[in-house]
Structure formats: C-alpha cells, structure tokens
Design a protein around this ligand. Structure first.
Ligand SMILES: NC(=O)c1ccc[n+]([C@@H]2O[C@H](COP(=O)([O-])OP(=O)(O)OC[C@H]3O[C@@H](n4cnc5c(N)ncnc54)[C@H](OP(=O)(O)O)[C@@H]3O)[C@@H](O)[C@H]2O)c1
Length: 285
C-alpha cells in the first residue's frame, strides 16, 4: 500500500467540520459523515481507523442541540461521551493524533474573569456534562490527543446565530434576544485555521480557542444587523428566564486563549472583525 497517512475529518458536513475541510484543503483531508463512522458504533470506528490509518483525526461530530440533549440524555451520552472514547482508543491503537472539540458549556459561569484550561469545569446542562465526559474519555485513553474548547461558533452564510437573526429580520419578524449571557462569538473559519495551527506546532492536551473579546447574544444580534445594513431593525433585550429554554446556560463563559497564543505565537482576532468579514463575504442579500 504505502503513501502518506491521511488526515480525516469526522462531522465534515457540520458547521466546524465544513470550515475544517476548507482550512485543510491543501492536505487533501478525507471527509467522514455519520453513515460512514457513527460515534455510537465502536466496531465501525475501529474498522474505519484500521482501514484509513490516519495520522491525524479531527472529531468535529457531536450531538450539539443543547436543548434536545436535556430530553435525550442517553443519546447525548452515547454520542458526546462514549463516542470520543471509542475514537481515542482506536486512535491510540494505530498511533494517530486525535483532535477533539469541546465547549465553553463545561463551565457554570460563576466567575468574573475568562476561564483558563486550569479552571475546574462544573457543567450546568446534559450537553455540558456529556461533553466534559467526552474530554475525560479522550484524555484517559492514553493516546496522543488535543482537546480544543471553543464557543458561540458562526460560519458563512446560513450557518449559525447571526444568519438566523438576519433571516428573521428580513422576514419582518420581531426580535427578542437574551442580554444576560456573556461569551465569545467565534468564526468557524478562524477556529479551523487555529486548529490546524495548533496541530502544526505539535500542541497537545487541553487548549481554549475563541475569537478575542466578549459580548452578549443581544449585542451580537445588534452588531450583525448593523453590519448587514439593518440598523433600523429593533431588537428587544430579554433575560434567559424570559426565554425559558430547557437547558440552563452559563451566564459567563468567556474563554482565556493565552495558552493558544503562547503555543502558536498568534492571538485570535476580535470577534467583531471576524463577524464583519463573514457578513461582507456573503454579498448583498
Ligand atoms: N457550534 C457551536 O457554537 C459550538 C460551540 C462550542 C463547541 N462546539 C463543538 O464543536 C464541535 C462541532 O460543532 P458544530 O457546531 O460544527 O456541530 P454541527 O454543525 O451540529 O455538526 C455536528 C456534526 O456531527 C455529526 N454527528 C452527529 N451525531 C453523530 C454520530 N452519532 N456519529 C457521527 N457523526 C455524528 C453530524 O453529522 P450528520 O450531519 O451526518 O448527522 C454533524 O455533521 C462539537 O464538538 C461541538 O460540541 C460547537
């Protein structure tokens, strides 16, 4: 057989996976979707790893519907906690680096400064708990691993919160957005480039990566509308309690990205600049 061992991306059709496939394009990554590699199927994972023998495996697949996780906790645990463990064990067997994604929702938000990798997680939701268990499973498998926690990801047109806001505004719907949760919006494209940069410098262990700065969902909605030429569209400020979503969210989940900067020698861009670029790149509506 011979030839260089490939780079593989699981969840390649997802928000982050799509951006990763683009960022890795020059390395000809192989895309895997759920039908080819189901995180709930340990046998299939072993077979896929054995057949492809990747040198690097990016796991961008997860059960990401935070509210649905509350009502389907068993499924969330199988996908977000057990699945990454199967991947990590299979990766260890063939000597492959596993790059796994996790979330700011492993934290409870009861802090007044950005979270570092040393801060103790205390998830509030099923999603957060199962994602934390996934991180632990990756670490405990004893292979070669990198876990990157990120937050509030938005992609190109149609993918993520800013686009939902623009669609609603263009349909003339009234907008009410929570103004009591703080986080760091993150461009999927910046995240994907950061993931490849981390892999290139040989980073291992746990790393926080998000765009720079902090904001609320309300301010993110406001900024999105302003950038898209919809400054006249009103947005009502509401509280998380008013919204009444099934899963509790941390009120503050800003990530400290100092470790990322030390490892790669570069600092993430401010979220406002990344958002402006994403909106400008979509052209006129
Ligand atoms: N989006 C955010 O704001 C955010 C924030 C923090 C962390 N993260 C983390 O970033 C990662 C990527 O998130 P995302 O927003 O890109 O998610 P996404 O758009 O929802 O995509 C998730 C992907 O996972 C795949 N998937 C679901 N169940 C699977 C299974 N049983 N086996 C194999 N694949 C399965 C789906 O594949 P199919 O399409 O084939 O079903 C989908 O392509 C996740 O680990 C997430 O926890 C995301």
């Amino acid at each position: 057989m011979g030839g260089a061992r490939p780079i593989v991306v699981l969840g390649a059709r997802g928000l982050v996976g799509t951006a990763l496939m683009k960022a890795l394009a020059r390395k000809s990554p192989l895309a895997l979707n759920r039908s080819e590699c189901d995180l709930t199927n340990a046998d299939q994972i072993l077979k896929v790893m054995d057949r492809l023998r990747p040198r690097m495996f990016f796991n961008a697949a997860a059960f990401t519907d935070v509210d649905a996780c509350e009502t389907r906790p068993g499924e969330a645990y199988r996908i977000n906690a057990l699945g990454p463990g199967y991947l990590a064990q299979a990766a260890r067997e063939i000597g492959c680096l596993l790059v796994h994604l996790s979330t700011d929702f492993v934290f409870d938000g009861r802090i007044d400064r950005p979270y570092t990798e040393e801060d103790r997680p205390a998830p509030l939701s099923v999603y957060g708990r199962t994602k934390l268990a996934g991180e632990e499973a990756v670490r405990d498998a004893g292979g070669d691993w990198l876990v990157v926690r990120t937050a509030w990801v938005f992609g190109g047109r149609g993918r993520g919160f800013p686009w939902r806001i623009l669609d609603l505004a263009r349909e003339g719907r009234s907008l009410s957005v929570v103004d009591d949760q703080w986080g760091c919006p993150t461009s999927a494209s910046d995240l994907a480039k950061g993931l490849t940069a981390l892999a290139e410098v040989g980073a291992r262990g746990l790393v926080h990566l998000a765009n720079d700065g902090r904001t609320t969902w309300w301010e993110l909605a406001r900024r999105t509308l302003d950038l898209a030429g919809l400054a006249g569209t009103p947005v009502e400020r509401i509280s998380s309690r008013d919204l009444g979503r099934p899963a509790p969210r941390p009120v503050f989940s800003v990530l400290d990205t100092s470790r990322y900067s030390r490892l790669t020698g570069s600092r993430p861009r401010p979220w406002e600049i990344a958002l402006a670029e994403a909106i400008a790149n979509t052209g006129p509506s």
